[in-house]
Design a protein around this ligand. Sequence first.
Ligand code: PMT
Length: 406
Amino acid sequence: MLQGKKIVLGITGSIAAYKSCLIIRQLIKKGAEVQVVITPAGKEFITPITLSALTHKPVISEFFSQRDGTWNSHVDIGLWADAMLIAPATASTIGKMAHGVADNMLITTYLSMKAPVFVAPAMDLDMYAHPSTQSNLRTLQSYGNHIIEPGTGFLASKLEGKGRMEEPENIVAQLEAFFAQAEAEQSASQSMAGRKVLITAGPTYEKIDPVRFIGNYSSGKMGLAIAEECARRGAEVELVCGPVSATIPQHANIHRTDVESAQQMYEACMALYPSADAGILSAAVADFTPVTVADQKIKRTGDDMVICLKPNPDIAKSLGAIKTDRQVLVGFALETNDEESNAQSKLQKKNFDFIVLNSLRDKGAGFRTDTNKITIITPDAMQTYPLKSKAEVAVDIIDQLQSILK
Ligand code: PMT
């Protein structure tokens, strides 16, 4: 896991500084490249010559190289690293990191660091337990740094062995675990690479005249969250989008086709679905459209006004009819009553592999909200989920999709 990883090792003025040699040896044995940055106090405990002999690199300590005045760029080091490990980290360095006191090369490097930072505190127990140290550590944690808790000697219930930095092998093991998890997440996140998914989102507008339309309350948020989740997992997304107010995610994998009416959405979907592995139909499509569209604004006459409607194409049913054995089709059901039986009937009629039921009777579910509460119904099972953000709901839907993708 550490093979080829570039690690900046920050060393500060603690008696535990000698243990940094053991850390370097283990990191290098595991294939990592190590660049030491040491504080002036650190050099009182261990010599740069020892460290550079172990790392095969000059040790960085000052802003300028003493010999030729070359500028040591903390920004470049921050960009170079895959991780920064500060071990040992004294109370003083932890305090400076928490408050941005950039008075040495180690702190400026830390402040410029783009990679994850690990901090292994090393100090006397009373210093460690002091509220200011604890508060600084919490601050560092809140900035996203990883604190490598000192060994058991630091726990209040076990005061023996106090003052000890975590053992080098455990520190290196924590770095390895971090990279292993990051790599697992990275490969999981690309689990839909090579797949193509058609997604419909938003409402449709059915024109009455140049200024009026029949529409609905769909914001597109649910469909856009699904598109984003598919793209995040590496799928190519064909997003067919009605007129939405929500912001469309900018992602290289998301190709967007804007439509207004159900007829336009139907045409786009019929063209795109044959080359897709899956279709997810979250759009709220108008089932009817005016028989005629007035070419001028309809004027008030004083009489009742009757608009004659004709049925729109059922996009879902049409895709269900052309679906091949290798394809999956996922529908939505937005219900106000008899939710389960209505959804079951749509699942069958439209030839969906599963349907996502949401009910307007659930608070925080359905149109325009940032949350949704869904039940996933397959031909032989049903699972209800708690109220979640639409991003989290998208994760549940795509997990279900991936479990049946052929
Ligand atoms: O966009 P948001 O504000 O985030 O809201 C999300 C949502 C409530 C719109 C979404 O979660 C949702 O429920 N979408 C489907 C709404 C709907 O129209 O359901 P329906 O029960 O009428 O349609 C059943 C299925 O057939 C749906 O997959 C629908 O896209 C599809 N359909 C319907 C009619 C039609 N003519 N063609 C279709 O493809």
